[in-house]
Write a protein that binds this ligand. Sequence first.
Ligand SMILES: *Cc1c(COP(=O)(O)O)cnc(C)c1O
Length: 383
Amino acid sequence: MTQSLDQFAAEKLTERRENNLLRDLFDTHRDGPITVKRDGKTLISFCCNDYLNLSHDSRLIQASHEALDMFGTGAGASRLITGNHPLLTALEEELATLKGTEGAIVFGSGYLTNLGVIPALMGAGDLILIDELAHACLMSGTRLSGADEIRFPHNDLAFVARALADKRDQYDHVMIITDGVFSMDGDLAPVADLQTLAEQHNTWLMTDDAHGIGVVGDGRGSSFVEGAGSIPALQMGTLSKAIGGYGGYLCASQSVIELLRNRARSFVYSTGLPPASAAAALAALKIIRDEPDYCALPLQNAAYFCRALNLPEPQSPIVPLIIGEPDKALQAAKALEGRGFLVTPIRPPTVPDGTARLRFTFTALHERAHLDQLIDAVRKIIA
Ligand SMILES: *Cc1c(COP(=O)(O)O)cnc(C)c1O
């Protein structure tokens, strides 16, 4: 038995290796807000989602330390048993205020949030319309729900409108799901227009703002880029990117939040977030609320990079440079590493076949000199 299992694993790995799709873990010591050490070499990272560099901010570290000293390292149980630390309640209030909703619910991670929320609200007899480039965990949550699924062409409002006109009547509930900021392309979803369609067709819009909170819409995320008029029913996100720590959340109405506390399995049956993580996230949200100019820096840095290389104006701090084949993307990343930059290549199945890419992410504390050096290096490797 074991032999056939190992053989299965070996065959799968060989297949991936031959297609240049094998992935590996490299020990990476993030020794400062923008640098990493690998193999004893210091690199400037342009592939971290810590957009505001808050994971190394002294205010978060101090808040986290204090909570650690007072409350220990772990929550000890699910939040419904004894794991509901008051810091989590405070964090949920802050998230709801930032996102303009009645309530919020915090989960162990962004992935767990999507795995819990979607099946708690949708099931057999329902329909989910989901953008074809939506994040893998939205796809997982959708599949887990048992609802019918239609993947719509990326950001295609006309397709969504047609699908709603044709299909809405055949289903009990219909949900539209999209990234607010697309994780591998950096573009925005047309959130306001999707919300209008959702309202016209009695449909629920869910946005995943993992890459929006802290960095677009004055730090409030993708629902606030076009003004604060049309807030999706379900705004999901993570505490693991611009917030600098770990955890996930959903902001919605009070009744939805209450239902999720009872029905989202990754909430009910999973241990609460450690208090120190909640304390760090609270400190991060205070910075985001008080320092909009700081929150604007990642996008400004991305724009500087794009202007220098004649790339389209970015909508977020994520800038893809499509290379095509996986081996070429690996080579380009290696060449950048040789020049002192860490930019991990992104390959299928994370992105569609033929669109392997370098995915640059810009953060608040990248300096002009770092950007200029990177621009110079990119010019040389793509020349
Ligand atoms: C990273 C990411 C997630 C998962 O969040 P974690 O907190 O890392 O589990 C979900 N959705 C999108 C769009 C992401 O980029």
